[in-house]
Write a protein that binds this ligand. Structure first.
Ligand code: MRU
Length: 352
């Protein structure tokens, strides 16, 4: 008997025989198409068009992309060029530069002939650490939100975005495994990561859910139909300000007005201690056609000028808790966020 869809695990990327393959997220959920990548340039292109996306998975894919390129051209200049091509693919998610810099540093510390092996090992170590982080985030987040029955989430933060079973969505599936839970998933215009990807993952996980337009969330919170909001993060500043998918800030404001928890979940690889506040975060502005169209259909008058910031910043004071694999900062402040980075990997602070 074929496994029921609910039990089929989701896999976003595969690293086999030193080659990276990704599940093309631009065509989900209609089709499951795997793309074989072979170097830094096409990995960067896949990241830029969101065939692979989500801060942690962007980092993992970029690390593998650099490893493949180092195997082809291990000299210093080639490595530096490949690293820059990858880092230029998208600006906001800190995991991209974090992962590329880590692989590049490891590679430049050894002789060229040893570099392919070192690059591959570093990329695999990043992947393994993000997988492990996801499991801890799921457990700590579900403990923190114990008793939640109706949760709202935005964008996609599952396996398609992150190692393991995700970040915020890993907390959601853990809560659902522990007790009855229903999920409100925002569609997440303009690229519909919620409607296309989160719904696809929740359906496969067998978690009860409903889809809503982004603008409906605040009203449902005000009417008392939501117990808590949980989202991911693309870059967390040292003071706890959080950059995440555009629309997140509005949910944080509505959650505060409704008096319900607004929780952010993500691995510590997404904390950028080098920036003091969210005002320093580079917000990606994407192509206007993403706003003018949906599913290939023109929604407005041809050529209409558009704004398309892909992310926004939620100030720390609106965040109830930042859940990471090294513990929880509740509330996130400079001290509690940087405190998390001081916790050795594999351990959790008891700050919360
Ligand atoms: O533009 P995307 O789809 O890459 O944006 C993704 C998000 O904003 C996610 O919420 C974030 O990366 C966290 S993923 C665990």
């Amino acid at each position: 008997m074929a496994a029921s869809p609910a039990s089929l695990p989701v896999v976003a990327l595969r690293w086999r025989n030193a080659r990276l393959a990704i599940l093309d997220q631009t065509v989900l959920p209609a089709t499951e198409t795997w793309l074989e990548l072979d170097g830094a340039r096409d990995t960067a292109a896949a990241i830029a068009r969101l065939a692979i996306r989500g801060a942690p998975n962007i980092g993992i894919a970029a690390a593998y992309g650099l490893a493949m390129q180092v195997a082809l051209a291990p000299d210093d200049d080639d490595v530096a060029d490949a690293a820059q091509v990858l880092k230029d693919s998208r600006p906001t998610a800190v995991n991209l530069a974090w992962a590329v810099d880590r692989v590049q540093a490891a590679v430049l510390a050894v002789a060229p002939r040893a570099r392919p092996e070192v690059a591959r090992a570093e990329a695999e170590a990043i992947h393994a650490a993000e997988d492990a982080a996801s499991a801890t985030i799921a457990r700590l987040g579900a403990d923190f939100l114990a008793g939640t029955r109706r949760i709202l989430t935005h964008c996609n933060t599952g396996t398609l975005a992150c190692g393991g079973t995700g970040s915020a969505l890993a907390v959601v599936t853990e809560l659902a495994a522990r007790a009855e839970l229903s999920v409100l998933a925002c569609e997440t215009r303009p690229l519909l990561q919620g409607a296309r990807l989160t719904i696809w993952e929740l359906r496969r996980a067998g978690v009860p859910h409903e889809l809503l337009v982004d603008g409906a969330a605040a009203g449902l919170m005000r009417r008392g139909e939501v117990d808590a909001v949980i989202v991911g993060c693309d870059r967390v500043a040292a003071n706890g300000d959080v950059a995440n998918k555009v629309g997140t800030y509005a949910h944080a404001l509505a959650a505060r007005a409704a008096g319900i928890p607004f929780v952010v979940a993500g691995p510590t690889s997404t904390i950028d201690a080098a920036i003091a506040s969210g005002d320093e975060i580079d917000i990606e502005e994407r192509d206007a056609d993403e706003v003018r169209h949906a599913g290939g259909t023109l929604l407005t008058v041809p050529g209409t000028p558009c704004r398309n910031p892909a992310f926004d910043v939620t100030p720390a004071e609106l965040v109830t808790a930042l859940v990471t694999e090294r513990g929880i900062a509740a509330p996130p402040t400079r001290a509690s966020v940087l405190g998390l980075l001081a916790v050795p990997f594999g351990r959790q602070s008891d700050a919360a």
